[in-house]
Design a protein around this ligand. Structure first.
Ligand code: DGJ
Length: 554
């Protein structure tokens, strides 16, 4: 391994730790422009006033404008501080590039440590900040609570700005069975207003209307303009798309979801100018999301299976009004357990990465829904999406890759586990090192079955020699709290004669990934984690993922 790769690896690992799982409590100063961070915070506080969010020809269009990435001034603060929890200066690599890491499968927190509540969301870039606008499901219900707005300089560190629509926004929103879904926002240059379209519902999804709101600022308190059936059609799952020439389009599911209809908006975006076309009849598409790659338009959508996932499809057309291609599958047959909500066009100096933003609904309940973001690989007019538990994006160049920064788990095998549940759920120990936060090792718990007391332990053969500098424990990411580890001891060695632990401690009562750094690297082939107490005083141990920091010693 060359020195360059070693340095890069260290910085990359640090970056991964800093950004993964929303552990940071501050906006990144390596955002290359600390002024804009300050501005962001100021905006956050004063967003309902006349902040200057007006330079917003920006990027809802997804075309090839290159203003987006701003980051060429990287104040490349390349000190190689490895204290990931407290120092963010090393977010840049030795070439001055800033990378951010997306971590799929777990909960995402905002910079204040609160769960991000922006489901079915849309995105808009205004000046140097991204805004994420989506549904609040923190009450574990499909009924309306709020539409929230967050801002971020880097798509990873999000600051809650405002609940921009609430039951108090308009009397029509106050009904207890009101449902509001899939809000999307675009900016109108001629009126200098942000315009939101969304899916407006009542009990049993019978209203099937579009709702329109507007505001002077992107994250301000929106005013209701109306709710109605566009051109008399039912209107459910929806999206908005603003073209490079300012034309804005609304797409929604109609006729009990059997059809997908395209509408052109009026110049002020507050109404339907015309029904342009029925894109598909009897194809039963939901969850539309559009992007434009500079040549063609792409339309992602899902089938109609309620909150359950299904096979995602893409189609393309040379113009919004067609003609649209046949549907082609992308991803796996559950779209990696997600449903599209938006495609974020991230323009860098070298390339544009289109990011599939999906919702993993009901995981296992609505309050536990996750966000699944994946880079789209385009091959001409074919849309390919692979699943990566972790992937990263270069904020300067726009390039992405799928190095997750931890020692690869592929060569690992289980040496010993004292207890694993295999009857009432898949709690096998190997789930702790399968690169998937959605699966977990859980000790036995089935009713009437063996129920071993603590301590519990897992021993793993790494399949080769590694210099280990730390480990990461990811607690279970589903709704339950059984098995969250409190006290632990971690061992590593060249054999399974374990000797003294390398690290002992107590994890906080949190679902966030916990990183433990060792004072010096330990050469090891085998590792062992022993849980000696459980957060709730129970007998169980559960681990979603166990990862190692370090590098191969071979
Ligand atoms: C699928 C839609 O895409 C969601 O927005 C939501 O309406 C669920 N159906 C409700 O079952």
């Amino acid at each position: 391994m060359t020195l360059h790769i070693r340095i890069f690896g260290l910085l990359w690992l640090t970056t991964a730790l800093v950004f993964a799982c929303g552990k940071r409590n501050e906006t990144p100063d390596a955002d290359t422009d600390s002024d804009s961070d300050t501005d962001a915070d100021t905006d956050a506080d004063s967003d309902t006033d006349s902040d200057s969010d007006t330079d917003s020809d920006s990027d809802t269009d997804g075309d090839s404008d290159t203003d987006a990435d701003t980051d060429t001034d990287s104040d490349t603060d390349s000190d190689s501080d490895t204290d990931a929890d407290t120092d963010t200066d090393s977010d840049t690599d030795s070439e001055g590039d800033e990378w951010v890491v997306f971590h799929n499968g777990g909960f995402w927190n905002d910079v204040d440590g609160n769960r991000i509540e922006a489901h079915g969301g849309g995105f808009i870039r205004v000046d140097d900040l991204w805004y994420w606008i989506g549904e609040d499901k923190s009450h574990n219900s499909g009924n309306f609570r709020a539409v929230n707005c967050y801002s971020s300089p880097d798509l990873v560190n999000w600051t809650f700005i405002n609940a921009i629509i609430t039951p108090q926004t308009h009397a029509d929103l106050a009904a207890s069975d009101r449902i509001i879904e899939r809000p999307k926002v675009v900016y109108n240059e001629s009126t200098d207003k942000y315009v939101m379209w969304l899916h407006w519902e009542g009990a049993n999804y019978a209203a099937a209307e579009a709702g329109v709101f507007s505001c002077d600022t992107v994250c301000g308190d929106y005013t209701m303009e109306g709710h109605f059936r566009p051109n008399g059609n039912m209107s459910r799952d929806d999206t908005l798309f603003k073209d490079a020439d300012g034309t804005a389009w609304f797409i929604s599911s109609a006729d009990e979801n059997s059809d997908l209809v395209l509408y052109q908006l009026t110049d002020d975006y507050l109404d339907i100018e015309e029904q342009t076309m029925i894109i598909w009849t009897d194809e039963w598409r939901e969850a539309p999301a559009v992007f434009h790659d500079g040549s063609n338009y792409f339309l992602l959508s899902s089938g109609c299976t309620g909150w359950n996932p299904n096979q995602g499809t893409s189609a393309w057309a040379p113009a919004m009004d067609g003609s649209w291609s046949a549907l082609a599958n992308f991803g796996d047959n559950t779209t990696f357990d997600s449903q599209p909500t938006y495609v974020i066009p991230f323009h860098g100096t070298k390339t544009t990465t289109y990011i599939y933003a999906g919702d993993r609904w009901q995981d296992p309940d609505l309050v536990s829904s996750k966000y699944i973001w994946l880079p789209i690989r385009q091959d001409g007019t074919t849309v390919n999406i692979n699943y990566y538990e972790t992937w990263r994006l270069n904020l300067r160049t726009g390039e992405w890759d799928a190095n997750d920064g931890f020692i690869p788990q592929d060569g690992w095998s289980l040496v010993y586990v004292d207890s694993e549940e295999t009857v009432d759920e898949d709690g096998r120990a190997v789930n702790a090192f399968d690169d998937s936060p959605s699966t977990k090792w859980h000790t036995e718990w089935q009713a009437g079955g063996p129920h071993a007391p603590l301590p519990h332990e897992i021993q793993i053969d790494l399949g080769g020699l590694f210099d280990i500098t730390g480990f990461r424990y990811l607690p279970r990411q589903d709704a339950d709290t059984n098995g969250l580890i409190a006290n632990y001891a971690f061992y590593a060695g060249l054999s399974t004669d374990w000797g003294e632990p390398v690290a002992t401690g107590t994890f906080p009562d949190s679902r966030d990934a916990q990183v433990v750094n060792f004072p010096t690297a330990i050469r090891a082939r085998y590792i062992r984690l022993v849980a000696t107490s459980e957060m709730n005083g129970g007998d169980w141990t559960c681990i979603a993922e166990l990862d190692l920091l370090g590098e191969s010693a071979n």
